[in-house]
Each structure stands twice: as structure tokens, then as C-alpha cells.
Design a binder for this molecule. Sequence first.
Ligand SMILES: Cc1ncc(C[n+]2csc(CCOP(=O)(O)OP(=O)(O)O)c2C)c(N)n1
Length: 549
Amino acid sequence: MKMTGSQIVVECLKKQNVDKIFGYPGGAVIPLFDSLYDEDQIDIIVPAHEQGASHAADGYARATGKIGVVVATSGPGATNLITGIATAYMDSVPMVAITGNVPNVLLGKDSFQEVDIVGMTMPVTKHNYRVTDVNQIEDVFEEAFDFAKSGRPGPVLIDITKDAFIRDCDFNGKGESRVQKAETHLPLDEIVKTINEAKKPMIFTGGGVVLSGADDELYTFAKKIGAPVAQSLMGKSSYPSDDELSTGMVGMHGTKGSNMAFTHCDLLIVCGARFSDRVTGNPKEFAKHAKIIQIDIDPAEINKNIATTLHAMGDIKEILSKLNKAVPEKDHHEWIAEVNKWKAEDIEQLSATHVPKEILETTADAMGEDTAIVTDVGQHQIWTAQYYHFKKHNKFLTSGGLGTMGYGLGAAIGAQVGMPNGKVVHVTGDGSFRMNMNEMATAVRYNLPIITVLMDNNTLGMVRQWQTLFYESRWSETNLPQLDFTGIANCYGYFTKKVTTVEEYKVALNEAMDSNKPALIHCVIDTDAMVLPIVPPGKPLNKIIMDRN
Ligand SMILES: Cc1ncc(C[n+]2csc(CCOP(=O)(O)OP(=O)(O)O)c2C)c(N)n1
């Protein structure tokens, strides 16, 4: 059957079971939006800005496990996607970005709204395509969805020239989803032997556990081998925060429990984490008494940042369930007691009264399992990781790899679109919220009852903290002028409340939930509240600063 390129794109999306896309119209994609006009199987969510759309596609993917799809026009529409694509790339989020481009004959002539988006996104996509011939579309879509989801997930970009959208050709009905299974390499006997010999084992989990949906298998594994579990920022929701084996985050803002346990353990089993510099501190000193077993789906991660003793490759869920059948049941009570002594210092430190902490604990108490917690970037992000009590199967959406301020509201929109009956809480700072608060228009337009908890410290808090600790309190350009955030949000049609105490916050949170509207709770917090503990950049993990004195 003959179809135009844009009709074929729509058919390919349907074959891939795509029913929501985030997109913004413009000249080069008018044909595509025209083909979507009468399409009732695909909903289009139009953001205020393409950056918001790219974060929304990312948030949708992280909240649902499906591929997020974003569409933008050529030139500025396409370049506005780049931060969102790079954010997804760094955190291994499956996404397909579709951009229009100028007609083939105008390529390379600095035509109106022409950019080489394929060249620009090459380093931040798993793969990308320029489609100039309508006959290529079916094959490209089939392969692109396959790439986005197979192995280690990530973003793929398809740039289609306007003439390829308009021309027609035969549609063959390809484009079905056929995600390729990752191959497994598992030296089972050696791993079991190493676990058996360990006296001080430690588990370290990252975003890979979340991506593979392996949290139940991880839980069983930890209990069986009796090892404490530390998480990276991306792995925060992979293990229940209040479980006795959890030691919390490791690395720059890690707990004393995790950081000291890494320093002293004799075996470190790493599941889906990539040893970023924020985790390792000084890599020469990192877990230097330990054998390291690394489990990852991506061969490129093995021995990339830290040399390992043994490795397994493949889907973590599958590997952990195989290991669970083979590993011995162990009880390391002496080691656990040693770790618990360090943990006790954390409990003392982390239980010091602290408004952000109480706000986050109050929020966690009010939310159930079916909740996505989305952050921006800064102190509020790390406080959320530290103090929000993640329940089993909670979703934690945060820009861990790229650290993108302005990620939060767009991602929260995508999460709420993907979980219409779930709760979405967006925790942000006054700097981050300023970046993309225009997306309040989108939350109102689609009636998405996201609750934004704005921690307003009148400063770019995380940068100020570094200036205080490492630059002799020279607060260069980090103060932020007051803004009437509730006034602004009111104009968009939000439910709003400004609070200065935790008691007021509790009331406001209940009112926000009852309003069933997009809501902003503006929390005034102390300018000098700090994220502690902190390991100074480049220092070994045991050089942890627990308090300001
Ligand atoms: C797009 C972007 N620009 C700059 C930075 C550098 N940066 C990291 S944290 C931070 C401050 C964030 O301030 P705010 O959102 O108010 O959060 P707070 O730290 O106060 O909680 C800055 C500027 C960044 N991560 N992303």
C-alpha cells in the first residue's frame, strides 16, 4: 500500500506500541503533525519548550520502562532537544528523538532552520540517522527502537528531511518491536567461590538494577549472602532505604556507613554501576582491600574506571536470579556489627533536625508505593536521595550523570503522563525551577496533578556550599533575588501555598493532594543549610566530612 513518509512514521510508531509522544510543531514537521491529526491511537503532549519535551520523554521512559518518544522541528527545535538527549544518554534512558530537517536539496546550504543535528548529537546518542529517502523510513524505525532498548538502553535520533516526509512509497508493515536479548557471560563457579570466601562482603547497586527491574532479585541476593547494600545516586530506589542491610549512598555525598565499608570490605559486588568519579573519590584508594566482582550489561563498562577481579555480563535481573540459586546462605554478623558502628554515626548526623529532612520525610510518609519522586539538581536533589524513605518499587527520577538543572518539571510531566493513577512529587530548588518553570503551562494544560516542592534557599545552594567549604565563603554570583513563586504559579492556574515551617508544610501537602491540580508548595529554607556528609572532590572515601566544625 502506498503511503507518505509521515504516514509511515505514524504506522511505525503504532507498530512499536507507542501511544504517547512529546512534541512541538514547526515547518519541517508539519507533514508529521498533519498525519497525527486524525490519529486516535497516539496522544501528543505539547510542552512549552522542546527541552521540556525531551525531559518529559525521558521521565516517561524512566517511570514506565517504555521507550520515550519526542518530536521537534529542524534548527532551534532540534538543538533545544540536545540537553535532554544528553541527560538520557548519561543515565541510559531509552528514547527515540525524531527531528524534521530542511528538504534534501537545501541541505548543506545554511538554509533557514537547517542544522546538522546528526553531527551535533553523535556523541550523546547510541546511534543516529539522517533519512533523506522515504524508502528508508521503515527499516530505520525498526532498527532505531531496537537500538534504544536493547542491551544498555539509550537515546537514538532520527532526522528526516521534509521531502522524505512528503514523498510516498510502498508501506510493507515492518517496524515491529524486537528487542534483542543481551548475551550472558557468567563465570558462576568462580563468583560463588569468591562470595563463599569473603569475610567482609559489600554490595554496590546503580541505575542498572533499576533499569533491569531487578530490585526483588537484589533483595533476595543481599539477604542470602548477608552483605550490606550501598547505592549510587542512580541506584537509590533499587533497595528499600530502611532495610537493616542498607547503608545508603556511597561517594561524595555518601554515608559514613557506606564510605567506610567500601574502604574496609574484602569483596565488593557491583551491580549496574559505573564507578563515576562522584562515587570513587580518589580511584587509587577506592576499595583497595577488596576483590571486585562487576555485573553489567554493557561490555564497555567492564574495567572502564576501576579494575575488577571478576565480571559477569548481561541482564542483571537474569544474572542475579541465577546467582540466587547458586550462592550459599551466609551470616556475617561481625562484619555487619562493624558496619553498624559507622552507621550509628550516620544516624546521629542524619537525624539532626533539619527542615529539608523533615519536609522530605513528611512527604515520603504521605506517599505510597506507586510514586515517582523527581528532582532537579543541587542540594535538594541529594537531600531527597538521603532523606526520602524509598519504599519498594518507588521510582526515583534524577539527572545523575549529566546533572541537568531544569530536568525536574519536564521529567515529572512525562512521569505523570506515564502513570496517570500514580503520584508524582517533584522536588526542586529556586535556581533549577527558574530554568524550566515555563512547563507549569504544560502541567495545567494536561491537568497533571504533579506536586512541586520548591526548596527556596535564595541561592544556588550546592555551588554556595562548595564556595563556603573550598573557596573561603567567597559567594561569587550565587545569591538569587527573591521571586514571588506562588504568584507566578497562581497565574498559570496552580494550587499554591508558601510555608516557612514543617507544620505548615504538612497542612499544605494535604491540601495540595486534595486539590487534584498541579501544585506548588514554596518552602522557605535556610540559605546556609548544607548537604552533609561530604567527601571533598578527589579525596579518598574515608576523608569524609560529617559536620561543619
Ligand atoms: C544546567 C546547569 N547549569 C549549572 C549547573 C551547576 N550547578 C549545579 S548545582 C547548582 C545550584 C542549584 O541551585 P538550586 O536549583 O537552587 O538548588 P539547591 O542547590 O539550592 O538545592 C548549579 C548552578 C548545573 N548542574 N546544570
